[in-house]
Write a protein that binds this ligand. Structure first.
Ligand code: UD1
Ligand code: UDP
Length: 382
């Protein structure tokens, strides 16, 4: 691909524009799919916008990365930085070094980062430090207030250097306003993860384990755990899982295990007849399971949003959330990280008293189109 001819008519006006889209970890792939689709649609309609997909390589196992590209029809990345795993600083450094090299060879006009993973922060810094490349943060402004989470640092650092904020909620807008961001740079657009959910819903696929474990509609629980606070300590992990098993009235518990959790789970040595430990599932299979589950127990961020939209009861094993609308509007409830809170929550679920919830504002499946429409307007593209 040749370098784009960029004619700067003033502050942001471009005759032709190259947008970098950054993705590194599982939830990123789900969030970028509709943005790419919306850019391609504009490009095909004759608008002078093009994209370059950069995979940082933060997640690399087939079932954490490649499978999502296949299932969601995401085009192959133009570049893979192959950063891999490491400590927070090692991973950040590898991603920044790789992306900087790419930008020095061929700069982009706008770098779009999504979510709150290390790839998000690392690429936004690399872009901003090269001739002030503009940064757009999709899912900007969310805050948990918990500075022990690496994601909270990623959010704060990314938002400190973001030019255009695409937000999922009014709470996020207010967080940004409190930090001094003017309204002119905040675009309340909704949630691209939910664009993908609505688009893929007709394709959700019953996983093979449905027959194997004799699952019945609304008669099993889905659980996922991957936050360091829950899974990096063997005794804590064992205590949480034991409490879930003891509270579940023998319902099948389907536990697709994140690679971070796998080794520690093995070390706990636990085994229960209704606890079914499996590898990470594909998107279509996982969300089929969630849609038909009695409830979800999780410490994921994205899954609380999907459970909300599908009106499935959701128990979150965290002390805080950066997605408060999943609790105030949706089906999510924060149980905290103390395992003693699990039994009462299950009792409430079995009594049939769990809230039905509603869908947060603008989580309507059209967010990516709004984002790309705004970019075209801001950059004055024809
Ligand atoms: C990361 C994000 C987290 C997000 C999660 C989504 C950060 C700081 N954390 O956490 O916000 O919720 O992704 O899933 O960015 N591993 C593999 N194979 C892989 C990927 C990871 O085996 O393909 C293992 C490695 O041992 C690695 C560990 O998982 O050290 C953790 O991976 P990492 O990307 O550092 O963080 P996550 O816990 O996945
Ligand atoms: N997911 C999946 N298979 C699984 C577990 C999760 O496809 O086995 C999807 C899930 O539907 C959601 C996303 O992965 O779209 C959430 O990713 P994760 O929980 O890893 O990260 P978080 O949202 O907490 O950052």
């Amino acid at each position: 691909m040749n370098a784009p001819i960029v004619i700067d008519f003033g502050k942001n006006i471009k005759a032709k524009m190259l947008v970098d889209i950054i993705a590194g970890a599982r939830p990123n792939f789900i969030k970028i799919a509709p943005i790419i689709e919306a850019i391609e649609a504009q490009h095909n309609a004759g608008v002078n916008i093009d994209f370059r997909l950069v995979h940082t390589g933060q997640h690399y196992d087939k079932n954490m990365s490649g499978d999502f590209f296949e299932q969601l029809g995401i085009p192959a990345p133009h570049h893979n930085l192959e950063a891999g795993s490491g400590t927070q600083a090692e991973q950040t450094a590898k991603i920044m070094t790789g992306y900087e090299k790419l930008l020095l060879e061929k700069p982009c006009d706008l770098c779009i980062v999504v979510g709150d993973v290390t790839s998000t922060m690392a690429c936004s810094i690399a872009a901003k430090k090269i001739n002030n490349i503009k940064v757009a943060h999709v899912e900007g402004g969310i805050r948990s207030g918990d500075w022990t989470m690496p994601e909270e640092i990623n959010r704060i650092v990314t938002d400190a250097i973001t030019d255009y904020f695409f937000t999922t909620s009014e709470v996020a807008n207010n967080n940004l306003r409190k930090a001094g961001v003017p309204d002119s740079r905040i675009y309340f657009v909704g949630n691209t993860m939910i664009d993908t959910l609505y688009k893929q819903m007709p394709r959700f696929t019953k996983p093979g384990i449905w027959e194997e474990y004799d699952l019945k509609d609304k008669s099993y629980i889905v659980m996922t755990l991957h936050r360091p606070a829950n899974v990096d300590d063997k005794d804590k992990l064992k205590e949480i899982i034991t409490e879930i098993v003891n509270s579940s009235q023998g319902l099948p518990l389907i536990f697709p295990v994140h690679p971070r959790t796998a080794k520690m789970l093995e070390a706990t040595g636990i085994s229960y007849s209704n606890l079914h430990v499996i590898g990470p599932l594909g998107y279509l299979e996982f969300n089929y399971l969630v849609q038909h589950a009695k409830a979800v127990v999780t410490d994921s961020g994205g899954i609380t949003e999907e459970a909300t939209v599908m009106s499935v009861p959701c128990m979150t094993l965290r002390d805080s959330t950066e997605r408060p609308e999943t609790c105030t509007v949706g089906t999510n409830e924060l149980l905290g990280t103390d395992p003693k809170n699990i039994a009462p929550a299950f009792a409430k679920l079995f009594s049939g008293e769990w809230k039905k919830g509603a869908i947060p504002e603008l989580w309507d499946g059209k967010t990516a189109k709004r984002i790309v429409g705004q970019i075209i307007q801001v950059f004055g593209l024809k």
